[in-house]
Design a protein around this ligand. Structure first.
Ligand code: MRU
Length: 353
């Protein structure tokens, strides 16, 4: 059975507590941009299924909107929650405006919309995995043979509805029999790499090696890394990308070694309403994440700490491409590619302001 961060069935939602992995598997907390959005929306769906909101259409719509606005504040860097909130709120408003609409119908539409998001994320991730694997193989191993991929943070089944984004590409390469091995970085300070990605790779029996974040340049120089593939919390119009802190230095290092650097993310992580990465808000987290390990102080008392959770990789360092469910695009092609999706009925213009 594959790992599941989110277990949902009508009226019931269970979330795997990733703070306790790999030592304990207990269902309850959430991380990873797509999973945060899905859990936010599904938790609302469960509340609505249980009868929350109302009485009356106006009160029900206000309840949906208020709950979603609160959820958007949870993680400021990722765009997925804000976009999902906008779509869900618009669904509630639209359904409530329909002639003769009832509270039950509004509830059902919002719940179904959240359920469809879960199903779509899984489908999109499989496409990202397959499209990314094909592109990467054509680029770095056109004559056949195996590739070695380095990744950062956790972008797998634990961060999404399933299969994963960057880890989905690694999974697809493995299924094709073309993966020599994956390198996963430890991802300090919160160790999503050594706790979660390593856990997923071992669980799926994918050949892999853990390295400290400071070993990435040495691995690129001496361990035959063919490509770097990372996830994203937010990709803006010019292709600049916010992802887990440490991504930027990997991109610089990959460029130095002439190794293609890919970002793998669903189009729901792309936001054409922001022009450059400078417009993305970067979440800063408590200094204790750096100074302490498992509640034990390791840093010298009195030292100041700066702990941004994400950094921005400028588009010119994304030399492999941006892998989405719609295709693999050079950063400068992204805007046109997503706009053509919009003209075919999609909407990628941005989250509510
Ligand atoms: O702080 P986290 O663990 O939520 O950070 C996760 C990342 O940075 C991921 O790379 C990103 O959310 C994409 S997950 C598919």
């Amino acid at each position: 059975m594959s790992l599941e961060a989110i277990r949902y069935s009508r009226g019931s939602l269970q979330i795997l507590n990733q703070l306790l992995l790999p030592h304990q598997s207990r269902y309850e907390a959430v991380r990873g941009a797509p999973a945060i959005a899905l859990v936010g929306c599904l938790s609302l769906a469960v509340e609505l299924q249980g009868g929350a909101g109302g009485p009356g259409l106006a009160a029900l719509v206000a309840f949906v909107r208020d709950a979603l606005s609160f959820l958007v504040t949870a993680r400021p860097t990722a765009v997925n929650m804000a976009r999902a909130a906008r779509d869900l709120a618009a669904t509630a408003v639209q359904e409530a405006k329909r002639e003769g609409a009832t509270e039950d119908e509004v509830r059902e539409r919002v719940i179904r919309c959240a359920e469809l998001m879960l199903e779509k994320d899984l489908r999109d991730n499989r496409s990202i995995g397959d499209l990314g694997a094909q592109h990467l193989l054509q680029r770095v191993a056109p004559g056949g043979g195996k590739v070695t991929v380095l990744t950062h943070c956790n972008t797998g089944a634990l961060a999404t509805a399933g299969y994963g984004t960057a880890l989905g590409v690694i999974r697809s390469l493995h299924h094709l029999g073309r993966l020599e091995q994956a390198f996963c970085t430890e991802t300090r300070p919160y160790n999503q790499g050594s706790r979660l990605t390593a856990f997923e790779l071992v669980y799926e029996q994918i050949p892999a090696t853990l390295i400290g974040d400071s070993m990435a340049a040495a691995a690129m120089a001496h361990r035959g890394v063919s490509a770097v593939v990372v996830g994203a919390d937010h990709v803006v119009a010019n292709g600049d990308t916010a992802n887990k802190v440490g991504t930027y230095q990997l991109a610089i290092t990959a460029k130095h070694h002439g190794i293609p650097f890919y970002v793998a993310a669903p189009s729901s992580s792309c936001n054409l309403s922001l022009e450059t990465g400078q417009d993305i808000v970067i979440e800063e987290r408590p200094g204790q994440e750096l100074t302490d390990i498992n509640g034990v102080r390791i840093a010298a008392p009195g030292i100041g700490v700066w702990n941004p959770a994400f950094d921005i990789t400028p588009h010119e360092l994304i030399t492999g491409g941006i892998i989405t469910e719609l295709g693999v695009f050079a950063p400068e092609e992204l805007r046109a590619a997503l706009n053509s999706t919009v003209s075919q009925g999609g909407h990628l213009d941005g989250p509510p302001q």
